[in-house]
Unconditional design. Structure first.
Lengths: 194, 172
């Protein structure tokens, strides 16, 4: 880590980079700070990727365990957020493969709809379910791209870093995902509008 | 709501322009386009009803995605999680095998490397697996026969052949 920090000393250190430097030195408070800073969006990413709330919670903790184990390999200035999402995505992919994935995750999602602790709004629930179904039907690469773009607000460059592809590929995957979502949802919104 | 799947235009030139600009349409106003790309999309949308419909549909998709938020969950505090992680790692580092082994041996690929290397060494040193047909080497050298000594036996008046040792013994 020190080597990495030295190499990129000229770059302005982000708050995340600074926290990672402290984590590498064994500072647990810095690890806690990073977790508190990123847990909500990382949970959202994992949830939309695998469609399972409980698994997303587990993978959230696992992501930070992996982050801690890889703390000396992190290079300051290389983009903490894409790095973090890349770790989370790798774990989510392994989880999806382990389960034989999308279908079972989808079943859980449908069951989960009943567990929301909020006022029952049949139309809203139907809309959410429809969107979740369409999202989970996307190929994983496209789903990860569109979730990072639409929900996490990452730039295409950051999406590319997180997915380990070129910026052009990230754009193309996001566009294909949007097009597929439009096709999947269009009939439904046409019906709902009469 | 109109259907957007069939392109209403007839000239291949305008259809090609629509295809070129289509991926940029959803990013209009998001800051992801270069100024000239955004200007090209805006100009095109003014004159293309088909692409205006596409833009409208993409906005609709975006708003639906935003409405599909993730559930509210009570996530652990950072302090609690960091404590658990450090505790777990400390316990792991106290394990004797982890403490005394090389880091690369602990990893999965490390074990695989050790296994493959051991198997290769076993193959090399195992006598039963030595090559059965070898290339012809130098011709074997015949051992020289012991020189024989011929003596005259005075008692019998005959000549007798003796090995050198016997001859020596007789000499002694």
């Amino acid at each position: 880590m020190l080597d990495a920090m030295t190499e990129t000393a000229a770059l302005p250190a982000s708050p995340d980079d600074e926290a990672m430097r402290r984590v590498a030195a064994g500072d647990s408070a810095a690890l806690a700070l990073l977790f508190d800073r990123h847990k909500a969006r990382l949970f959202g990413f994992l949830y939309h990727l695998i469609g399972d709330r409980a698994a997303a919670e587990d993978l959230l903790s696992e992501t930070f365990l992996r982050l801690y184990q890889a703390r000396r390999r992190y290079r300051a200035g290389s983009g903490f957020t894409p790095w973090l999402f890349a770790i989370a995505r790798n774990l989510a992919l392994a989880e999806l493969r382990h389960r034989g994935a999308v279908n079972r995750a989808h079943e859980r999602l449908i069951r989960e709809t009943d567990c929301f602790e909020e006022a029952w709004e049949p139309e809203r629930d139907a809309e959410r379910e429809r969107v979740r179904t369409a999202l989970l039907a996307l190929p994983e690469e496209q789903r990860a791209a569109v979730v990072l773009k639409e929900y996490q607000g990452l730039s295409y460059r950051e999406v590319a870093q997180a997915l380990g592809c070129t910026e052009e590929a990230a754009r193309a995957r996001t566009y294909r995902a949007r097009t597929a979502l439009r096709e999947a949802l269009r009939d439904w919104w046409e019906e709902s509008e009469g | 709501m109109k259907k957007y799947g069939i392109h209403p235009k007839t000239t291949s030139e305008t259809a090609a322009e629509c295809r070129r600009l289509a991926p940029w349409i959803p990013d209009l106003g998001s800051g992801d386009l270069e100024p000239e790309q955004a200007a090209a999309v805006r100009t095109h949308l003014e004159g293309c009803a088909h692409c205006r419909g596409e833009a409208e549909a993409m906005l609709r998709v975006r708003s639906l995605l935003q409405a599909e938020r993730c559930p509210e969950v009570r996530l652990p505090s950072g302090a609690a999680l960091a404590g658990r992680i450090l505790e777990r790692e400390a316990a792991r580092s106290r394990e004797p095998w982890v403490r005394w082994s090389w880091p690369w041996v602990r990893s999965g690929p490390g074990w695989a490397t050790v296994a493959v290397a051991s198997f290769a060494v076993a193959l090399l040193v195992r006598p039963g697996l030595e090559p059965q047909i070898s290339a012809p080497g130098p011709a074997p050298v015949a051992e020289p026969l012991p020189a024989l000594v011929v003596i005259d036996d005075e008692r019998t008046g005959r000549r007798v052949l003796l090995a050198p040792a016997d001859a020596g013994g007789q000499d002694g």
